[in-house]
Design a protein around this ligand. Structure first.
Ligand code: MV4
Length: 500
């Protein structure tokens, strides 16, 4: 046991506040770090102590591991919470923290490093019989051998960078003719982006859902999972809406995926909160993708349905405590949604819209949670992520969570900048979202800026018209209306399977 009395939060914004709130409830003193651009930020005001660590650019402040460790030594800090982003998945930093005799609230440097390499991760979990997308098990070195494997698994295939992740360094290859040039492009991209040109092949899953499982491990080898989050509504690998539980998992599938996630965590002796990402195909086959070795942005939906405070649990296991519950004691209660409110204009190709929050009034009421780091009158900085807030709703079931979210979006008052709030309304009223028949292509398939201007009534009518047209098309494929052409031409089997 290693009692933590003072935590430095090596982060900013909503997550820094989120972490400090839990620390405070546990009687732990908090230290904020901040950049010159964040002098007036809320996380600085909330902390017991705050230290400026450098210039506005992240590279001059929030990424200065050496400076941050020095602050810990000067202020007698016991532990560092890295939040997400910045230094949270930097194995070298975790190692330096450890060497300085400070607790890193997270997994070991070895686990971070192992999961940072997609190929090493796949190799490490292979002995636990984790389902993986067919493809190469090692980095491609021989083009001809790789072509053979690609033909075996069948085109289209995906070339992925081993050092990539989160969608970075991926290339879809449609046919063997363009394989070699695409592979060379992928290798040179990976080399310049990550300093590691290792790439591998996977069969391309066309319309997957993105399901991730939250895991929690202690330093005594105990690991549990805290069920799934559905993160399929995303744009260019940026998640926009997340929910827990997923609308499509059966209890049996949830158990199976959960057990797999626990095994992935076992494969790297995981300690703390982590997330195991899976793809789920239209036939409900699931495949391990990668593991994120940090607390994720969307962790609140898991907190809402489990009643647990994930940051508290992270701190408790970092102190060396045993997990406080067994798998059998955990259960899902209710349904939670999260909308990421970004300073982006959904009517204008989600262009970042920075500026001042002229009006900023949060929604309130039962089942509504807002995690943010701003107040009215503050500026959204150009230096950092444009996320203003995470709007979370919680209800007894999915429908109630949707109703609460729609009400909360309506109540949220933000002027001075455009936000993704209207986009949230659009998605939550869309038939495909409401019915649960959606996948990672939702936004490409359905969203146009014009849709935002419309009244909900018209939306409903259009959904009805499109559905009618699809049914008509299934009945007689030659009689397709214009509406059905645009929608069903790119439609997924998630919908088709349900309509059958
Ligand atoms: C895939 C895939 C299809 N087939 N792998 C994107 C993020 C990274 N974690 C892996 N990603 C994907 N891997 C195979 N074999 C499709 C994606 C993908 C995706 C995954 C999750 C959420 C959104 C996505 C959007 C586009 C592509």
């Amino acid at each position: 046991m290693n009692k933590i009395n003072k935590i430095l939060v090596a982060n900013r914004g909503e997550i820094a506040l989120r972490v400090m709130r839990s620390a405070k409830e546990m009687g732990i003193k908090t230290v904020a770090i901040y950049s010159e651009a964040d002098r007036n930020a809320l996380h600085v005001r909330f902390a017991d102590e705050a230290v400026c660590v450098g210039g506005p650019k992240s590279s001059e402040s929030y990424l200065r591991g050496d400076v941050i460790i020095k602050v810990c030594q000067d202020l007698g800090v016991d532990a560092i919470h890295p939040g997400y982003g910045f230094l949270s998945e930097n194995a070298g930093f975790a190692q330096q923290v450890q060497q300085a005799g400070i607790i890193f609230i997270g997994p070991s440097p070895e686990a971070i490093e192992l999961m940072g390499s997609k190929l090493a991760a796949k190799a490490a979990v292979a002995k636990y019989n984790i389902p993986m997308v067919p493809g190469t098990e090692e980095a491609i070195t021989d083009v001809e051998a790789a072509k053979l494997i690609a033909q075996e698994v069948g085109f289209p295939i995906l070339i992925k960078a081993s050092a990539g992740g989160g969608g970075k360094g991926m290339r879809v290859v449609e046919s063997v003719e363009v394989f070699e040039e695409q592979m060379q492009l992928a290798v040179s991209e990976a080399t310049s982006a990550f300093g590691d040109g290792s790439v591998f092949i996977e069969k391309y899953i066309g319309s997957p859902r993105h399901i991730e499982i939250q895991v929690l491990g202690d330093t005594h080898g105990n690991i549990v999972h805290l069920f799934e989050r559905e993160c399929s509504i995303q744009r260019r690998h940026q998640k926009v809406i997340e929910e827990a539980p997923s609308a499509v998992l059966t209890p049996a599938l949830r158990d199976e995926m959960g057990q797999c996630a626990v095994n992935v965590a076992k494969a790297c002796d995981y300690v703390g909160a982590g997330t195991v990402e899976f793809l789920l195909d239209e036939n409900l086959n699931f495949y391990f993708l990668e593991m994120n070795t940090r607390l994720q942005v969307e962790h609140p939906v898991t907190e809402q349905i489990t009643g647990l405070d994930l940051v508290k649990e992270q701190i408790l296991v970092a102190e060396g405590n045993l997990l406080r519950f067994k798998q059998e004691e955990l259960q899902i209660n209710g349904h939670a949604l999260e909308l990421r409110v970004y300073a982006e204009d959904p009517a204008n190709n989600f262009l970042p819209d920075i500026g001042r929050l002229e009006t900023y009034k949060r929604p309130q009421g039962l089942g509504v949670r807002v995690d943010d780091g701003f107040e009215q009158g503050m500026d959204i900085s150009i230096y950092y992520d444009p996320m203003i807030a995470k709007l979370v709703s919680f209800g007894k079931d999915r429908q109630e969570a949707i109703e609460k979210m729609l009400r909360a979006i309506d109540e949220y008052q933000i002027t001075g900048i455009e936000t993704t709030l209207p986009f949230g309304t659009y998605v939550l009223q869309h038939e495909a979202f409401v019915s649960g028949n959606f996948d990672t292509k939702f936004i490409d398939r359905y969203f146009t800026p014009e849709a935002l201007a419309k009244q909900p009534e018209e939306d409903t009518e259009e959904v009805a018209a499109v559905l009618a047209a699809i049914l008509l098309q299934n009945h007689n494929p030659k009689q397709v209306t214009a509406a059905a052409m645009t929608t069903s031409a790119t439609d997924s089997n998630w919908r088709k399977n349900r309509l059958k």
